[in-house]
Design a protein around this ligand. Structure first.
Ligand code: G3P
Length: 214
């Protein structure tokens, strides 16, 4: 299972790299808006720093605009994946970009049928937003399970990239369902390592070691 970091923050990317817990990065306009650096300069740095694919999102709404932007975005780094919104125009763009051998990540996916359309268009990744679905009392992980099943039924090569991850249970369920990727906020990545019994056990070992040393 691949872990992508859902961030445009270089410091988080570097820290996750030190832990060996980063296989790629996903960004979006909202994540860039949290950073102070010029977005293009920052995107170049993110691409250099990241050991794997980096999703950069288009802003245009028409297929033509998205395709033109995609061809600019891929110049930022050899690992750029172009993030395209799940619209009919977006599908048109994904079809064309697939023909141009440009990797795509279809974003803002909230239903298995949207994922099916993205896969048929040749998307490299499809991003169901589980946290935003849960917030509307719809089961985000159920959608992921259905997408995984559909892709398996038809041997689609499109990878399921679980996005809008809010907590460790989302990561556990994504792993159990066999999603290829989860894109995770750095705070949640760190939470995955924690267990109170680990802390307690370590404390006991350290105390007992004091006795051994005497
Ligand atoms: O990067 C796409 C997705 O993970 C965004 O999540 O937290 O804005 O719902 P969020």
């Amino acid at each position: 299972m691949k872990f992508f970091l859902d961030t445009a923050n270089l410091d988080e990317i570097r820290q996750a790299k030190d832990y060996g817990l980063i296989d790629g990065v996903t960004t979006n306009p909202s994540l860039f808006a949290r950073e102070s650096e010029d977005w293009r300069t920052l995107a170049e740095k993110i691409c250099r720093e990241t050991p794997g694919p980096v999703s950069l999102e288009v802003i245009g709404q028409s297929a033509g605009e998205m395709i033109a932007e995609a061809n600019e975005l891929v110049k930022i780094g050899p690992n750029v994946v172009v993030k395209i919104p799940m619209t009919l125009e977006g599908l048109k763009a994904v079809n064309e970009l697939t023909a141009q051998a440009i990797d795509t990540n279809v974003t803002l996916v909230f239903h298995p049928l949207q994922a099916l359309l993205a896969a048929k268009a040749g998307a490299t990744f499809v991003s169901p937003f589980v946290g935003r679905l849960d917030a509307l009392a719809q089961d985000g992980m159920e959608v992921v399970g259905q997408i995984v099943a559909i892709f398996k039924n038809y041997d689609f090569r499109t990878q399921v990239l679980v996005a809008s991850v809010r907590h460790p249970m989302h990561v556990l369920e994504a792993a159990l369902l066999g999603a290829e990727v989860a894109t995770i906020p750095f705070a949640v990545v760190k939470e995955l390592s924690r267990h109170p019994l680990t802390d307690k056990g370590l404390e006991i070992f350290m105390k007992d070691w004091e006795k051994v040393k005497k």
